[in-house]
Design a protein around this ligand. Structure first.
Ligand code: MN
Length: 201
C-alpha cells in the first residue's frame, strides 16, 4: 500500500488577515484554502502509484516539463511549488526598497531599485492571461522573468528569488481587473526581501 504523499499544504507563515488590506482574508481563504489545496489534492491523485510518487517537487517539475502526457502532473505539482514560494515571497509589513546584499545585487544588475520595480511591474502586467512574474538569479546576475500558467524558472535552470502570482484568483476579489494596482501595492507593502536574500544562497 502506498502511503508516500509527495505533496502537502504547509501552514501559511502568517495569519489569514495579516496581508490585509492589500490581500484580504477573503482572498487568502479562496487562494490558499481552495486553489492551492486543489493543486495539492489533484497532484497527489495523479502521482499515486507512479514512478514519481514521493520524489522531490523540483525533480518532478523538471522531469515532466514539456511532456504532453504528463501535463496534468506538471501543472499541479508546479502550481504547488509556485504557491509555496509565493506565500514566502510576502510578509506583513514588507515592501519597499531592499537593504544589504540583495540591494547591492539589485543595483548592480538593474542599475537601481526603481528600474527593477519598473521591470517587475512590466513583466507582471504583460503576462497575458494567467501566470507569474519572477526575480531570478542566473549566471551571477539578477533578472526579471515571467512565465505562463504553471511554468516556473526551475525548468529554465534559473534560481528563483521572489515571485508574484498574477493569476486573476490572486487579486480579483480585492482589485477586480486592476492588476497594476495589485502589483504596485505588493511591491510597496508586501514583498519579503529577507526571503529573496536567503534564496541568493
Ligand atoms: Mn495562485
Amino acid at each position: 500500500m502506498s502511503t508516500v504523499m509527495t505533496l502537502s499544504l504547509p501552514p501559511l507563515p502568517y495569519a489569514d488577515s495579516a496581508l490585509d488590506p492589500v490581500i484580504s482574508a477573503n482572498t487568502i481563504g479562496f487562494h490558499y484554502g481552495k486553489h492551492h489545496k486543489a493543486y495539492v489534492d489533484n497532484g497527489n491523485k495523479l502521482l499515486a502509484g507512479t514512478d514519481l510518487e514521493g520524489r522531490p517537487m523540483a525533480e518532478i517539475i523538471k522531469a515532466t516539463y514539456g511532456k504532453a502526457d504528463k501535463a496534468g502532473v506538471f501543472n499541479n505539482v508546479a502550481q504547488v511549488w509556485n504557491h509555496d514560494f509565493y506565500w514566502l515571497s510576502m510578509r506583513p509589513g514588507g515592501g519597499g526598497a531592499p537593504k544589504g546584499r540583495i540591494a547591492d545585487q539589485i543595483n548592480s544588475s538593474f542599475g537601481s531599485y526603481d528600474t527593477f520595480k519598473t521591470e517587475l511591474s512590466q513583466a507582471a502586467m504583460t503576462q497575458f492571461g494567467s501566470g507569474w512574474a519572477w526575480l531570478v538569479s542566473e549566471g551571477g546576475k539578477l533578472k526579471v522573468t515571467k512565465t505562463p500558467n504553471a511554468e516556473n524558472p526551475l525548468v529554465h535552470g534559473q534560481t528563483p528569488l521572489l515571485t508574484i502570482d498574477v493569476w486573476e484568483h490572486a487579486y480579483y476579489l480585492d482589485f477586480q481587473n486592476r492588476r497594476a494596482d495589485y502589483v504596485s501595492a505588493w511591491l510597496d507593502k508586501l514583498v519579503n526581501w529577507d526571503f529573496a536574500e536567503k534564496n541568493l544562497g
